[in-house]
Design a protein around this ligand. Sequence first.
Ligand SMILES: [Zn+2]
Length: 482
Amino acid sequence: MIAGCSFIGTPESATAPVQTAEYLPSSVSPRYCEYTVKLDIQPSERIVTGVERIKIINTTNQLLDKIYINAPLNAFSEDAEAQPVFNEFMEKVYPEGVNYGYIKFSNVSVDGDKADFNLEDTVLIVDLADAVPPNEWTELKMELEAKIPIMNHRTGSDEDSMWFGNFLPALAVYDDDGWHTDSYYPVGDPFFREAANFSVSITAPQEYTVAGPGIPATYEKDGKKTTEFTAKLARGFAFTLSRRYTSESLISPSNIEINLYTFSNTARKAELLDLASRSLEYFSDRIGSYPYSQLTIAETRLFNKGGMEYPGVIFIDSNFLAESDNLESVTHEIGHQWFYNIIGNNQIDDAWMDEGLDSFVQEGFLLNDAELDEKMQMEYADLKAVISQIKPNTLDSGLGEFKNWLDYYNIHYLRGKLMFYSLYKKIGKTDFDSFLVEYNRRFTFRMAYPNDLIQTAEDVSGSDLSAFFNDWINNPELPPLI
Ligand SMILES: [Zn+2]
């Protein structure tokens, strides 16, 4: 996209002195959507009830008569249209057997008036009785009820803990291609969101600790504890809760408070905090400042022995903490604070823009130039040997085209990473690092599309890179590495 970096926002948020404001390019005055959410969680039933309000501005140039909301949890309901998990991962996602959840909506209103709505699998479509003209605001309010499956995934639960990644129903992106109401896919990160501002209040039994972005305010009443978060400029809101959490903190050299919440008895807390601190410093130095004053790392149960990135929050899988020899994926997830959260992209159509670029920049955290050359040449040889057997095998392949996770990994992480290494060798380290800084400056809390990334690289290097990128993105053959 994107014509308008932001389809959404409130007048207040455009001028409010939020903690990220100094990083926004001065030429940009995006208007961000405002989410105000109150949730009540009953962990024993795994039920969530609540009210969600979204203030939306029509930045299209036409009358708006419908609003589309993505509700990914319904991909995990019993009557979902497609299986949300590849067969190869079913036992890891559902170790106790398949189990379903849902999210449903009621009392939907627009600007105080009852509105007609229709929930179609993972998409809620709300009719606007009075069409909203361009540049006008409207407020959507809906009551919701959700059941969280017992599963090891981005959203899930066990007997002591619940975690909510990509849970909160979110406004779909509207761009030059119209509304993006993609369904859920079992591969990749099937999410595409604008940056927004969030005020989220979570009430749960008082023995539960709730972790989310930043430092919340809490108060207790009648055996329940309410935890209130404010997250400004974030491409989503994720949180966790557990009655077994303990927490430890570390202040990074740049004064970022890193808070680690764990429920298992891991001996690696100091190692993890130190790695997170050094990773934050590395990406900040190379791309641009980390925009928040805190980073939360929360132990959950994922199926992939790794992590999952959210704005200001990282989920780390419990088995990964217990068994992994190295914690490298923590560095990778921290890199996603820039590649996807700060600099947005369509993770469904163009996953290489965040996975490929993050994977390449991540290599510089551990490797010197000679080690980088050696590793990239080995990985290139390995990929070249199998590329003709991978389908699809070009970077312009969307998530819906992949039939297994390894093919997706080989293309969007590996082919993408090798393309950025090839670019690095082609334009040189100085121009490549200028490209990272400029790309971040142009698209901070906006949305970048492939042509935006290519244009930025061309502007910084002063060279025509269209044939280079076309070959790497669209040619089934793997182009030369150097
Ligand atoms: Zn990643």
